[in-house]
Design a protein around this ligand. Sequence first.
Ligand code: RET
Length: 275
Amino acid sequence: MDFTLSEGQYNLVYNSFSFVIASMGAALVFFLLMRSRVAPRHRMALTLSTLVVGIALYHYVRIFGSWSDAFSFTDGRYVQDGEPFNEGYRYVDWLLTVPLLLAELVVVLKLSKNTTRSMLIRLSIAAVAMIALGWPGEVSDPDSTARTLWAVASTIPFIYILYVLFVELGRSLGRQSPSVRKTLDGMRYILLATWGVYPLAYMAPSVIDDAAAAEVARQVGYSIADVLAKPLFGLLVLAIALSKSRDEGYVEAGDDAGADSRVAVPDDAGDLVEA
Ligand code: RET
């Protein structure tokens, strides 16, 4: 599909990708720095968040490069005359990150071993099916029936994932502390709202007639959804892990208030100057 973009359209996508790279990179560093504040038994969830934003950081660097290579600036417009933009990076990214994101949520809850195992297996299979079925539709003609059929097929595992999260997981909510229950309840709705952006961005080429505007909407839509689904979701998982660690009486070694205030005592500074 060939189209040209205005300078504003091209830059909107370019800067969205840049924003995502900065967000993923910052989240990666932040999750690594926060690791020691979480009790060891809750660190697996944080490890998964760190992997998710790391994988996405790599893919967005490649997506950014692919976007720059696909267009050249000619007569005041961006013309698509280079290598085709590689949409595949996104799907490869999801194939890895969606099962990991679902695992983050399940692992942080510390349900029984059997429930965790069974949920992880079923959610991962459904996530892979959802993405694999979406891909042939993503690359087919915007107005084709094939695009709609693949989307419908992909929606079936999507609904199954929502069923597990809202119905099955809902049953375990009663066993969590009130603060964890509140965060978790909010998290499931945030997940629903942010994951809902993906099918909407997918539909952009079918509902927006202008090919250039549709492509911009799709790329910006996916970029926003990725920042909400990965770094923001990771922050909420971190909040749960921190509040569980606190409830369980975990205090990070060397990070109590006393250690901080010792550094700020004026006498110490004075001693140093005299020495
Ligand atoms: C597709 C195809 C059309 C139908 C549906 C889709 C759903 C995609 C989703 C993707 C979620 C991705 C995440 C990535 C974060 O790392 C494949 C667009 C339902 C829900 C959470």
